[in-house]
Design a protein. Structure first.
Length: 217
């Protein structure tokens, strides 16, 4: 106990320092990507592809958060900002699929099927950005996601060498919890980038210059 009391001030300093670093990382990421973040589709630059990042689906339909992301991609396509849409997310099996419901949503909105690409192995944001570059050959991208998620996704993309921009999707269910959840997620992203995490099996190359329908199965 005497040993613990003697070192108590040092332990407090270490704990407070660790907490400060933990809180600063997502704030620092947001500041780093602020110049590449847009509130309006029409002010965004032209890029190769819009990326719709995965989120929950309900009864085979996109959740409001996911639908809002898809709506941004649709608006980007119609405005001539992108020529392709890449839908990435978790497609772990027949019981869960984040990408096919978005494909159907895009088709109903009139997006040509050949311009819709699906990445069934985008199990997290880092993998989605890594695979956009290494598997689909993207060089410039616009990421469509909500404000709580966009800084981390955009920071990862740019750190992986993508000429990446982001358009903020409406936050139909955004709340304090989602921003708090970004704190550990940002720490993981920083670790993944620092470690240059490489997936074990990325699969064959699927260039965006081809027909997106080849990725649907």
């Amino acid at each position: 106990m005497h040993w613990l009391r003697a070192r108590y001030p040092m332990l407090v300093v270490i704990l407070l320092g660790s907490l400060a670093v933990t809180l600063i990382i997502p704030i620092w990421m947001r500041a780093q990507v602020a110049p590449y973040t847009y509130e309006s589709v029409y002010s965004a630059p032209q890029t190769d592809v819009a990326i719709v990042l995965g989120a929950s689906v309900y009864l085979g339909k996109p959740s409001p958060v996911l639908a809002d992301r898809a709506d941004i991609a649709i608006a980007l396509y119609r405005a001539g900002k992108v020529g392709k849409i890449l839908v990435t997310g978790d497609d772990a099996g027949i019981t869960y699929d984040e990408v096919t419901p978005v494909r159907d949503y895009l088709l109903k909105a009139g997006i040509p099927p050949q311009d819709i690409f699906l990445d069934h192995d985008g199990f997290d944001t880092y993998l989605s950005m890594y695979r956009a570059r290494s598997v689909f050959g993207a060089r410039s991208v616009i990421i469509a996601t909500q404000d709580f998620h966009l800084p981390r996704a955009l920071w990862i993309a740019r750190m992986l060498g993508l000429d990446a921009y982001g358009v903020v999707a409406p936050g139909s269910t955004s709340n304090t919890f989602e921003y708090l959840r970004e704190i550990p997620a940002s720490l993981k992203a920083a670790w993944d980038v620092a470690a240059r995490r490489v997936p074990q099996d990325t699969g064959p190359s699927i260039p965006l210059s081809g027909d997106g329908q080849t990725t649907w199965n």
